[in-house]
Design a protein. Structure first.
Length: 250
């Protein structure tokens, strides 16, 4: 039995309540930090359960806009503070938050470019001051690094160099194209992006771990199937899919 087959069998046993007889279409709205691991796991879930999963991946700002406009979904995947806020507002079922994985913030450069030293906070500061352009996102990592620049007392120096990607656009896009010399985003999004050489995670003393979680929509049509999907992608057997993208499961 191959590793993939074994994983599929193990996950089949963990998909509580999901049966071919009760097949459903689950609609998911998700930000992108967990996307690669999720894309690996969902086809296995569909094969094991007979359910189908329709997922919209987008940036944090666009996801919030879609929710405000009334887009229907069964399951939401975002950073944990946003999940908590949507539970409080009643958009999500109270107590339905399940943590999927954690990701730190990482740095990347265009493939083949010299990798800067970011092994210490001082080295990271020097690297930022030395480059001509810096890419960052509209999501949690982008919000964090803007505050970090202030704390490091380099905000004024780096401000003219900053290029923010639109919501839903990976920072790796503008790193790989050469539009910016260095990019900063979640490790899970930067570390495996095509055309990007991953430099590494931020030093521990300035690192920010973000928890990405799921929540069940209060007005969703398939809450039971959505819960089965969450159980599937948070099983011990599914952990490897997150780990190889630089995330910590749970």
């Amino acid at each position: 039995m191959t590793t993939n087959t074994a994983l599929g069998c193990a996950l089949l046993l963990s998909a509580v309540g999901a049966t071919m007889a009760g097949a459903a279409e689950i609609t998911v709205l998700s930000t992108q930090a967990t996307e690669k691991a999720y894309r690996e796991l969902v086809p296995q879930f569909e094969k094991a359960t007979g359910h189908t999963v329709k997922t919209t991946f987008t940036g944090t700002l666009d996801a919030k806009k879609r929710i405000a406009e009334g887009q229907a979904f069964d399951l939401l995947i975002m950073s944990s503070p946003d999940i908590d806020a949507f539970q409080t507002s009643g958009t999500l079922v109270a107590g339905s938050r399940v943590d999927l994985a954690k990701s730190g913030v990482g740095v990347g450069v265009k493939s083949g470019a010299a990798k800067p030293d970011i092994s210490t906070t001082e080295a990271f500061k020097k690297a930022l001051l030395a480059v001509k352009s810096i890419g960052y996102s509209t999501g949690p990592s982008g919000v964090y690094v803007i505050g970090l620049f202030d704390r490091l007392s380099i905000a004024d120096q780096v401000k003219p160099k900053l290029k923010q990607t639109p919501t839903g656009v990976f920072v790796g896009t503008i790193v790989a194209s050469g539009e910016v010399e260095i990019g900063i985003q979640q490790v899970s999004e930067m570390s495996t992006y095509p055309g990007v050489d991953y430099v590494g995670a931020l030093p521990a003393d300035i690192q920010k771990m973000t928890i990405f979680s799921s929540g069940i929509a209060a007005k969703g049509k398939q809450p039971d199937a959505a819960r089965a999907l969450v159980k599937f992608i948070t099983s011990p057997q599914a952990a490897a899919a997150f780990k190889k993208r630089g995330m910590e499961p749970g």
